[in-house]
Design a protein around this ligand. Structure first.
Ligand SMILES: [Zn+2]
Length: 212
């Protein structure tokens, strides 16, 4: 398991990968790239980087049983210990899963809204409903980033750019605003889907319409 705890204070940013299956091979690579850059960029607050596993049984985070696996328990204890304001789950997917993850009727089939393609197959969405409302506060920003397993250099740079924005942002609100500037139409769709799905979560503060 790769684990790093860097910086101090608020906001707390938790970026986790390797949640299940062999996704940890790709996600650890990304997390190490972030680690290499963290001293060159201005980190605001505290950053926790963790790759939970490299090879593990695949149980979807949409299944409640995931949170009873070793990786799932470790994930819950990280969230409970650090109480992050920015939480990013890094996943990776094979080409064949693309249509399943982005399918307009994903909600009918899998009970959750489709992920939104930011660009190059970098998919964005909220996190599992099993943890979004029970483990996080409404105003925390919780994202899933699904990245293609066969990541090329150009796409990898884009993923790292997104994560670097998270690291350098003063708050979850600033980070969300930067995402909106970078991917306006995609974030609009993701926010709308999120708001419809988690309609119990109310906007936090004046200018923030909603949180993913
Ligand atoms: Zn996954």
């Amino acid at each position: 398991m790769m684990f790093r705890d860097i910086g101090f204070g608020k906001p707390v940013k938790l970026i986790v990968g390797g949640l299940h299956g062999n996704e940890g091979i790709v996600t650890e690579h990304i997390l190490r790239e972030i680690l290499n850059r963290v001293h060159r960029v201005k980190l605001r607050g505290r950053l926790i980087l963790c790759n939970l596993t490299k090879k593990e049984k695949y149980i979807s985070t949409l299944c409640a049983t995931y949170y009873q696996t070793d990786a799932g328990k470790r994930l819950l204890s990280l969230i409970r210990n650090y109480k992050p304001e920015i939480y990013i789950e890094l996943h990776s997917y094979g080409k064949k899963a693309y249509s399943k993850l982005t399918h307009p009727r994903r909600k009918e089939f899998f009970g959750v809204p489709p992920l939104v393609d930011l660009e190059d197959g970098i998919l964005l969405g909220s996190i599992s409903p099993h943890i979004r409302t029970s483990e996080f506060r409404n105003h925390d920003l919780c994202l899933t980033l699904e990245i293609p397993k066969d990541l090329n250099g150009d796409t990898e740079r884009k993923v790292i750019k997104i994560l670097t924005l998270a690291i350098t942002s003063h708050s979850q609100f600033v980070f969300l605003e930067k995402l909106r500037e970078m991917y306006p139409s995609q974030i609009r769709i993701a926010e709308k889907d999120f708001y419809e799905y988690f309609n119990g979560i109310k906007p936090f503060g004046g200018s923030i319409k909603c949180q993913l």
